[in-house]
Design a protein around this ligand. Structure first.
Ligand code: ASP
Ligand code: MG
Length: 420
């Protein structure tokens, strides 16, 4: 059993969809579960629909949604002949699911509506992809993952009910492989026990694939991307970025923790728990070896560079000169949790505490307000956080260059520098 995940970029054009079919065709020798994301930038487009709807701009929402509809219908028309009518009927069903809602007035929280609207992207892309694979004789079965992945109702960041989902995988998914060796389903989405749609957090399809890999005891999971594999830096910012052929789970978790946009951070645990290797490969050239991520210990890694832009440094200074002890810091972390703020870097002094966070003005304002009971609060924005794993002093100095350093921390393995 293998599990493949194709991201939005791999199904963003007719050429690429053809390319995906070519790849899948080469792996028909074994049962294969394929998890697919929404096409191209569909999720972003659907986010706009949700925003307009929630702001009660119905016409705008409908108009934006119409663009998504037309794009998918055009793609389906272009790709399909025999399978067109059946596929169109499924697409129309999903359109109706959303349109129904768009004619209502919002009475619940934004995140709920977001999930009901945004989840459609994956349903549309997989309906088309599955039909196209059948059209070119790569026989497969399409399933609605909302019948399988059961979650709580933490909309936009739902948590999977592991036992329930495993039972559905055993009873509903496993038997399908006897019918067609290939099963196609959606990443990123699931459903609550009340059949409300949920999403698992942006870029969550990697995670969905890992959940299936775990529950199906797959021999491997492959994430197909438009890059060669995992690189030691973002090639868009660092043209000299190099491929890392082999990594282990722990290193990838660290990279994701520091903000590298390689793989969704939740992906690793389900794989690590069953020792399932993760392959990252390039769908543009499947002959390239890509990256393998597994349990081995690996030495000689190059410096791994992660840059986070749009950082804010919050400076908290004790008003009455009382020390910043466990109690105050505990209180602060409680606030972080309440506001879902994840500090990217913190430093504790005698009467001050500084923390660097992603610049989310609403959250920072709220934090500043609540903390001002104990502290003088000041915030500096527009900063950049550089993290280098396996750094050398030379590499670090070169990366910092002439930038002004605001805060710096290092362990033997990891250096972090916040710069102006
Ligand atoms: N389509 C979703 C997103 O763009 C999920 C994913 O791509 O993994 O965030
Ligand atoms: Mg994606």
């Amino acid at each position: 059993m293998r599990v493949f995940k194709f991201g939005g970029a791999s199904v963003s054009s007719i050429d690429r969809i053809n390319q995906v079919a070519q790849i899948v065709r080469q792996y028909e020798d074994q049962p294969l579960l394929i998890v697919i994301s929404a096409m191209g930038k569909t999720t972003n487009a659907l986010e706009k629909v949700a925003e307009s709807f929630y702001a009660e701009r119905r016409d705008e929402a409908l108009q934006l949604f119409d663009q998504v509809k037309q794009q998918h219908l055009t793609t389906a028309k272009y790709l399909l002949v025999k399978e067109y009518l059946a596929c169109e009927a499924s697409l129309v069903n999903f359109f109706t699911e959303v349109e129904w809602l768009l004619y209502d007035k919002p009475v619940r929280g934004y995140d709920y509506y977001y999930d009901q609207i945004v989840c459609i992207g994956e349903l549309l892309s997989t309906a088309i992809m599955s039909a196209f694979l059948n059209e070119v004789d790569v026989k497969n079965t399409w399933i609605d993952v909302r019948d399988i992945i059961r979650t709580d109702d933490h909309f936009r960041d739902a948590n999977i009910d592991w036992d329930f989902t495993q039972q559905k995988v055993d009873t509903l998914v496993k038997p399908l492989f006897a019918k067609t060796g290939i099963v196609v389903t959606q990443g990123f989405i699931g459903a609550t026990d009340e059949n409300e749609s949920v999403t698992l957090g942006r870029e969550g399809s990697d995670y969905t694939a890992a959940v299936f890999a775990n529950m199906l005891d797959a021999e491997s999971q492959t994430i197909w991307k438009d890059v060669e594999g995992v690189m030691n830096a973002d090639p868009k910012k660092f043209p000299e970025a190099q491929l890392i052929a082999e990594l282990n789970y722990a290193e990838v978790i660290e990279m994701a923790f520091y903000g590298a946009q390689v793989i969704h951070p939740k992906t690793i645990k389900p794989l690590q728990n069953k020792g399932i290797p993760l392959l990252v490969k390039c769908f543009l050239d499947p002959t390239l070896p890509g990256t393998i991520i597994h349990n081995q210990s690996i030495s000689g890694l190059p410096p791994i560079i992660v840059v986070k832009e749009h950082q804010a440094l919050i400076h908290l200074k004790s008003r009455d000169f009382s020390f910043v002890g466990e109690k105050t810091v505990g209180h602060l972390y409680h606030l972080f949790e309440e506001l879902s703020i994840k500090p990217n870097l913190t430093q504790n002094g005698a009467i001050s505490f500084v923390c660097c966070v992603d610049d989310r003005p609403d959250k920072i304002e709220q934090l500043a307000l609540e903390a001002s009971a104990y502290f003088d609060v000041s915030v500096e924005k527009g900063l950049r956080l550089l993290t280098v794993r396996h750094y050398t002093p030379e590499v670090l100095a070169k990366l910092v260059g002439s930038n002004q350093v605001v805060l710096q921390q290092q362990s033997p393995e990891t250096a972090q520098v916040l710069m102006r």
